[in-house]
Design a protein around this ligand. Sequence first.
Ligand code: HEM
Length: 316
Amino acid sequence: MGLTLHIVAKTLFGAEVTAELAAIGAATETILSHIQSRIDNLFLFLLPDTVPTPGNRRYQRAVRRLEETVYRVIDERQAALAADAGDLLSMLLLARDEDGSPMTRRQLRDEVMTLFLAGHETTALTLSWAFLLLGQHPEAYEQLLAEIDSVLGGPDGRPPEADDLARLPFTHGVIDESLRLYPPAAAVTRLAIRDTEVGGMRLPKRGQVIASQWVLHRDPRYFDDPESFRPERWLPDQGQEPLARRLPRFAFFPFGGGQRLCIGAGFATTEAVLLLASVCRRFRLELLPGQAITPKLSFTLRPSAPIRVRLHARAA
Ligand code: HEM
């Protein structure tokens, strides 16, 4: 979480948040578990956030803590802003409505907060699940190391770069397979704005539709041996179109789809593949024995307990 938060802060906002990582991490955790408890409990769901219960007060404090950082990032940039720094924060600051007005401080805060939150936990989870799956599947892990070493020149070689993406198809397959089996967003929901029909079923106004990545990604109509971790299923097959192109449009949709398709899909995939290659180039992962990790559907699909992995520096 720390690493992916650092990356999102630095790449999107050009901001240094290293000193605050622990506090931001704790605040994020409080916010997510507060949202979760409201989902789990109808009473809490109906209780307004502003009623000063201990839980609500912890939540408000955590939001304020995150806001502190978010406003600092915005204010520092605004003070320095003459030129376009070329990142997303500059785009937000320089954006103008049709009537020429810029975003308000509150709008900027909402955008930055969303990107901070949406842009780091999901990618961290993707890597956590990938580490677990690799620890459970030594053959796939060896194949991954072989690919990484041949492209990057082994532990003493060089770190991966964006140009290496196309040369790391198996590594990419490991990420796709992790996203398939443990999609960080396990379901998306939609609310009908009027009476309508979907797939032959009547859907009344305000009716809810849930499309679950967890369910569809494990559907044998689309994936052979769907419960198995097989990164090679994503590799281009001789004479066959790659799986990603053969699948119906929403059989594999870790990033959602349609109007609200994840804005960070390309960013997250690039980041996850390059991080996996970076870590595995330098360290051998040893999944500590005796762990009973199961997926837990919280706001996102999280491991039921921390996944414990020992890192061994790889000798050249
Ligand atoms: C593996 C990592 C990620 C996964 C699995 C993921 C998944 C998703 C999904 C499923 C949605 C659609 C939600 C819906 O339809 O209701 C979504 C939306 C979104 N994601 Fe991601 N995401 C990831 C990484 C990121 C990153 C890195 C960023 C930011 C840089 C980001 C920013 C957003 C935003 C802003 C939206 C809302 C888009 C909109 O409503 O127009 N996500 N994400």
